[in-house]
Design a protein around this ligand. Structure first.
Ligand code: SAM
Length: 472
């Protein structure tokens, strides 16, 4: 087995020897100021970095240079994503699962957790509850169980979700986080109109992966690691990767994550649409303090900054696993999408109290969506519910091309403002509406093209009069 970025075999493109050599190289150069300065100079052109160079930045132990790494991450974040933050919520469909993931309470051998699978009627109720909060983008989540949650169930659920129009509400993009599957199944997901197919690698370290996934279909490291290739072969343009930080050593995971992105770019002409950075959380029977590779907030922030620098065109997602404080820090360093008002239980959005019995893991940020928006806008971020790119066919390499050329700035900002305005008109508390309306006034001035700006102003007026769903 030798390193080959274009190979279709997991152990070649996530090559253990290459990762260990990279880590060794990074360790040797962690105080090499001249080398680190030259890597930062290369990265300042915003064309990304190889996994080896990015690993040196992650290892860097020179305080002034660590400050420069942070500054560059913030600069790249602003250049490509402006001050927009895209909002979404997870929707748990079923926690039936036949896998044995040691860190997840849904594992098949957990006999005391309540098992629940939503009916289509229950999904409708959940979606109405989510629409009533103001959500437009969902990520559906499900355990792996071919009998209880076959693909047909997922496809039917997606259809149900898109069909519900309650008052002015609508779910316009459904991203899907379900277990690895086969090429024809991915094509069916594509045909169902999904946004991003999300699958976390959990850990790129094969040995660790096999310890943590002792049973079930997910125990096959190669099958899981090659899933994004099958998804892309099946026609899915936008895939979302992620490591569950805390399972393996973070430096190894970071290099593996970047090698995966390089592989997708080399083999399919397009890297991942998003990279998520979840951290292990406490859950039923799961005590994160027993995992020796847990990372502190400082290290977490540095990982986010280095990912931002290494893959400037890839969106970065942080969930409510993180606290308000931690989210605040990583928003500036590179995160472009966050969840808000989330519940990680099956059917939780319709229940009066925060339900416990089917919860996947504890969330840190328990604020409502309105509170999250209010907080974002007080920090001068523009919350966005935009779904325009994917609905206009700007996916995969077409999306990447637009981002790279900078043309995207003339659509993203007005689209963010118009979807924010919908939220303010339909769902906001009075205080959030007041802050939001003032923010929109100010942000309109930053739309570069005057014709686009004028049209945006016109559309915003029409939204006040009850029209919805404008986009550039
Ligand atoms: N069942 C699908 C799979 O196996 O890929 C995906 C759905 S699962 C609900 C989504 C993700 O939750 C997993 O990929 C894992 O990274 C994450 N997760 C599981 N247990 C967790 C925990 N205790 N803390 C934080 N995240 C966890």
């Amino acid at each position: 087995m030798s390193y080959d970025v274009k190979s279709n075999k997991a152990e070649d493109f996530i090559n253990d020897e290459e990762i260990l050599e990279t880590l060794d190289y990074a360790e040797k150069h962690k105080t090499d100021s001249a080398l680190i300065e030259s890597i930062l100079e290369e990265a300042s052109h915003c064309n990304g970095l190889s996994h080896r160079k990015a690993a040196v930045l992650l290892a860097c132990e020179v305080p002034e240079l660590n400050k420069k790494i942070e500054d560059l991450a913030k600069e790249i974040k602003l250049k490509f994503y402006g001050n927009r933050i895209v909002l979404f919520a997870p929707l748990y469909l079923s926690n039936y699962c036949i896998n044995g993931c040691a860190y997840c309470p849904y594992h098949g051998t957990n006999k005391h957790i309540a098992r629940k699978k939503l009916t289509q009627e229950e999904i409708k109720a959940e979606v109405i509850a989510l629409q009533n909060m103001g959500h437009k983008r969902l990520a559906i989540e499900s355990g792996e169980d071919p009998v209880n949650n076959p693909l047909e169930y997922i496809l039917e659920s997606i259809k149900t979700i898109y069909s519900i129009k309650h008052k002015n509400g609508a779910i316009r993009r459904v991203n899907v986080n379900i277990a690895a599957t086969e090429v024809p199944e991915y094509t069916k997901l594509k045909d169902a109109g999904i946004g991003t197919y999300i699958l976390f690698q959990e850990t790129y370290n094969k040995k660790r992966y096999e310890q943590l996934h002792p049973t079930g279909p997910k125990s096959n490291y190669a099958y899981h690691t090659e899933a994004m290739d099958r998804a892309m072969q099946g026609g899915i343009d936008d895939v979302g990767c992620g490591v569950l930080y805390g399972l393996g050593t973070y430096k190894y995971e970071f290099v593996g994550q970047l090698m995966h992105a390089e592989h997708l770019e080399a083999s399919h002409g397009c890297g991942p649409h998003t990279i998520s950075v979840p951290r292990l959380r406490a859950a039923d029977g799961i005590d994160p303090s027993l995992y020796p590779d847990a990372i502190d907030d400082e290290t977490f922030a540095k990982i986010v900054a280095c990912i931002r620098i290494a893959v400037p065109y890839t969106g970065m997602i942080v969930s409510t696993r993180e606290s308000q404080k931690s989210r605040e820090r990583v928003l500036a360093l590179g995160v472009s999408q966050i969840s808000g008002g989330s519940l990680t239980s099956v059917g939780g959005y319709c229940e009066e109290e925060r339900p416990e019995d089917t919860t996947q893991f504890d969330v840190s940020d328990t604020r409502s969506l309105d509170e999250v928006l209010n907080w974002l806008m007080r920090m001068n971020y523009v919350p966005s519910f935009c779904t325009a790119c994917y609905r206009s066919g700007r996916t995969g390499d077409r999306f990447m091309h637009l981002v790279k050329s900078g043309e995207i700035a003339n659509c993203c900002h007005p689209n963010a403002l118009m979807t924010l305005k919908e939220y303010l008109e339909d769902y906001a508390t009075p205080d959030t509406k007041k802050i939001g309306d003032a923010l929109i006034e100010k942000e309109l001035l930053t739309i570069p093209n005057p014709l686009v700006r004028d049209r945006c102003i016109q559309y915003l007026k029409e939204e006040v009069n009850g029209k919805r769903d404008f986009r550039f």
